[in-house]
Ligand binder design. Structure first.
Ligand SMILES: [Zn+2]
Length: 852
């Protein structure tokens, strides 16, 4: 073009921009998502920050909505919720919130304002179930639009809280993937790359944690920050929006059995009413849906159960789609499933839920009050009081009490010592319980009563053993505590006094510093000491110094061997302070009992170079648990090696190799031979869960499936029986029959050889959370640190009798010594969802103590 044309073009552009700027400036109108984003919802995946911009746009333009930021993700994305209600209610928003807490008993006083229902809509907890975030914008718009008569009517007695995205890191991981690889127009064949996210997928958060398994355990920053604000509101209705397989019809309430027995009749009834209201809209459009199947209410750490056990009508809504859905996919029946459809369905069910709640607001609030009245005054559960023995390790007690704080659970000490009868978690039997004034009392006569019951009750009734998740999770076993469940009601008499840990300045220039080693915090200290390049040793046997007994595993830092460390005393003192550890000192290497501090029986701990297998063939969940453990819990550096190039890596650079759970194809005979040789040369191989499958019955590894040929023959016979039985089963019975072969996540007790370094710092029993039926033989050459004998059955949770039978005489924790190295076998994953406290110490011992 010539220069005049160019000039005219620029001129026009300037004119256009000026006009546009003027329009923007004068813009006071609420924009729809399409107007705001510049494209129709469903035409593309919206980046998280743009959706947040839209929420801020709405809050800035209408006088009856407000954005409440509540934190940040690991990748620094903002977390927020928006509250919207009628302009009149909005003036009273804070009173509505505090009135509601007064109804629960969590806040003192009597509610005095207008009764207002509270509905909380949570979107996109699974990042790749990506229609959710889009639907949240449309739902917000309809609620905010002053011209929408229906929604404005609902808001007169209802507050709606919208969390547009629980998992922004996972959501953007998915959206970025699709925006990079999606075809134009979208390729609708399921084979297309755009329908196959690469590992680890967008479902999980930064550390590959499933945030919809983390509400109760709150191991992740997203959950920690969200649960805090959730408990500041305690809504009456909570919806967690999901997506499922791309061929499925829509799922909404009522939920499937099993429903936990603490769930109230009203919670069941109103689920039904909500479901019927949703059905009305879905029927009008002819959309397919299902209810009462698959999605149960049992495991307490979901986005439906956690709210349910905290007084809400908690629900999961599931749309077809997920990571495979893309913008448009052809289903098995040949129909198109578009992002637009998915958004519309979630939008419809969301608004329908607000509508039915608003229509029943008075009853909803009345029943909510009743729920908490029962919690506070007449809880139905058999066990009324949980007693945690005050003599348990202080770190464990402190972890558990801070966990209870997170969930607004009240506890304290009894008024006086006394006796009662109750169930002992250590012996699994009922007998006399001596209660001291140092014990911690958790009474179920309190607002969080039902939630407490689901976490601590010794056995839960399972109305149907076909469930979606694990059937046991008791934190008493996770921490392996001395504790009791009483049917008697005991009241808290005195406020809890935290156990103070004195990290007082040690004596001047001692011969050695000594730390006990019994908890995860001790592991974190060891990690810090190693990174300061201090020479640390670990005791193999008990010893006594200054009248104090130190158990195996205790950490010793002698002045000798640390001469090169500048200001040793200052460093040790500072770290003890930082990690709140008690420092013991010895002024002589001559001990009162046991091996002297200079003895070569004290193992020098080398700072290990740790490699972790990572990437495609590994389970992202298991790999993420390991990543989070090292990075966030004990702050120790590791090298993650991708399973795609693991083969070409020089293993001799590493002291420890951790193989997470996964489905492995890379371990062929050649690679196994190399790994075996690396172990013989001094490497330490740590295998977790189903990673053991790649090493069982392989040359160079001592792991066997069966102890003997006769055991193998018996197992094969059982398998034949099973198949035969199935062949002649009625079709409708097969799912149930298979249950007898299943372990649906149950807790088992084993004796632990805590004289072995793998179990240092532990008790002589261990509770393991088993969520698979795999079994391996006892090690014939090596240490069976934890193993099953005969008549195996869980202390809590569901496991089929045949599955239990198969566990007879099997391995749980084994250490094989091989040349200069070791192989450590964890048959169960000790880091599962990162809430099994005891498992973490075992895992740390494998990394830092075994073989030193
Ligand atoms: Zn989901």
């Amino acid at each position: 073009m010539n220069s005049l044309e160019q000039f005219m073009k620029v001129f026009t552009l300037i004119g256009f921009l000026t006009a546009f700027a003027f329009v923007s400036f004068a813009q006071e109108k609420l924009l729809s998502p399409a107007e705001f984003l510049g494209y129709e919802l469903g035409d593309q995946f919206t980046a998280h920050h743009r959706a947040i911009d839209y929420f801020n746009h709405v809050a800035s333009l209408i006088p009856n909505a407000k954005v409440f930021p509540y934190g940040k993700t690991y990748e620094h994305r903002p977390l927020l919720y928006l509250a919207i209600t009628s302009p009149e209610n909005f003036q009273m928003l804070e009173q509505i919130r505090t009135d509601n807490l007064k109804r629960t008993g969590l806040q003192e006083g009597t509610p005095s304002g207008k009764k207002t229902a509270i509905v909380w809509l949570s979107y996109n907890v699974h990042g790749n179930e990506a229609s959710s975030l889009e639907a949240s914008m449309l739902t917000l718009y309809e609620l905010a639009d002053p011209d929408n008569k229906k929604t404005q009517e609902w808001l007169k007695n209802t507050v709606v809280i919208i969390d547009p995205c629980i998992n922004p890191d996972g959501r953007d991981r998915y959206a970025n993937f699709y925006n990079q690889y999606g075809n134009i127009p979208p390729n609708t064949y399921v084979d297309g790359f755009e329908h196959h996210e690469p590992w680890p997928g967008g479902r999980t958060n930064h550390y590959f944690f499933d945030l919809n398994r983390d509400w109760a355990w709150t191991t992740q920053v997203e959950s920690q920050q969200r649960v805090k604000v959730y408990n500041q509101w305690l809504p009456h209705v909570h919806v967690d929006f999901h997506e499922q397989g791309y061929n499925s019809p829509y799922f909404f309430a009522p939920a499937s059995e099993p429903l936990h027995e603490v769930i109230s009749a009203w919670q069941r009834d109103f689920q039904l009413m909500i479901g019927k209201n949703n059905a009305k809209y879905f029927d009008e459009k002819g959309w397919l849906y299902f209810t009462k199947e698959v999605f149960d209410l049992y495991y307490p750490s979901y986005g439906d159960t956690y709210p349910t056990y905290s007084g809400a009508i908690g629900m999961t809504y599931e749309q077809a789609g997920g990571g495979i859905g893309g913008l448009n996919i052809t289903t098995e029946t040949g129909e198109a499933l578009t992002l637009k459809d998915r958004i519309l369905h979630h939008h419809t069910s969301g608004l329908s839920t607000v509508e039915i709640t608003s229509q029943n607001a008075a009853k909803v609030i009345e029943e909510f009050e009743k729920y908490f009245r029962e919690n506070n005054n007449s809880p139905a559960s058999d066990y009324k009081t949980y007693v945690i023995n005050g003599s348990n390790h202080a770190d464990k007690i402190n972890s558990l009490t801070s966990w209870m704080d997170t969930h607004a659970i009240r506890y304290g000490h009894p008024a006086a010592a006394g006796t009662s009868r109750g169930f002992s978690y250590q012996t699994q039997s009922t007998g006399q319980v001596n209660i001291t004034s140092a014990d911690i009392i958790v009474s179920i006569y309190q607002p969080k009563s039902r939630f407490i019951t689901t976490i601590f009750e010794p056995a839960s009734t399972l109305s149907d053993s076909l469930t979606y998740d694990i059937t046991a999770w008791n934190l008493i076993y996770a921490y392996n505590l001395d504790a009791y469940a009483l049917t008697e009601r005991l009241a808290v008499g005195k406020p809890y006094q935290p156990i103070a840990v004195s990290s007082s300045t040690p004596a001047q220039k001692p011969y050695a510093f000594i730390f006990k080693y019994q908890s995860l915090q001790d592991v974190a200290l060891l990690s810090a000491l190693m990174q300061m390049n201090l020479s640390v040793r670990s005791a193999e046997k008990s010893f006594q110094v200054g009248g104090e007994t130190f158990l195996p595993g205790s950490l010793i830092i002698t002045r000798r061997n640390n001469e090169g460390v500048h200001d040793l005393d200052g460093i040790v003192g500072a770290l003890a302070g930082k990690y709140k550890r008690k420092v013991y000192t010895a002024n002589s290497g001559f001990v009162e009992q046991g091996r002297d501090l200079g003895s070569s029986d004290l193992n020098h701990l080398t700072k290990p170079k740790v490699a972790v297998l990572f990437g495609e063939q590994t389970s992202a969940l298991s790999t993420g648990e390991i990543w989070h453990f090292f990075e966030q819990q004990i702050r120790f550096p590791v090298t993650q090696i991708g399973s795609e190039y693991f083969r070409i890596v020089n293993l001799s650079r590493y002291d420890v190799l951790i193989v997470p759970e996964g489905s492995y194809k890379l371990f062929d005979d050649g690679l196994l031979e190399r790994i075996s040789a690396w172990v013989t040369d001094g490497g330490k191989l740590i295998l977790i869960g189903n990673a053991l499958d790649a090493f069982v019955d392989k040359k160079g590894f001592g792991l066997k499936k069966y102890n003997s040929d006769s055991e193998k023959a018996a197992a094969e016979l059982r398998e034949q029986d099973r198949l035969q039985n199935e062949t002649f089963s009625r079709y409708e019975e097969i799912e149930r029959k298979r249950l007898s072969d299943n372990i649906s996540g149950a807790i088992y007790k084993v004796a632990l050889d805590n004289s072995h370094p793998l179990a240092f710092g532990m008790r002589n029993t261990y509770y393991t959370l088993k969520n698979h039926e795999r079994r391996f033989a006892h090690l014939s050459t090596g240490w069976n640190v934890g193993y099953f004998k005969e008549n195996v059955k869980p202390v809590q949770g569901f496991a089929g009798f045949k599955a239990n039978q198969a566990l007879d005489n099997s391995l749980l924790l084994g250490v094989e010594e091989k040349g200069k190295g070791e192989i450590i076998y964890f048959v169960d994953n000790p880091l599962f969802r990162s809430f099994w406290d005891n498992g973490k110490i075992l895992f740390a011992n494998a990394v830092f103590l075994v073989g030193q």
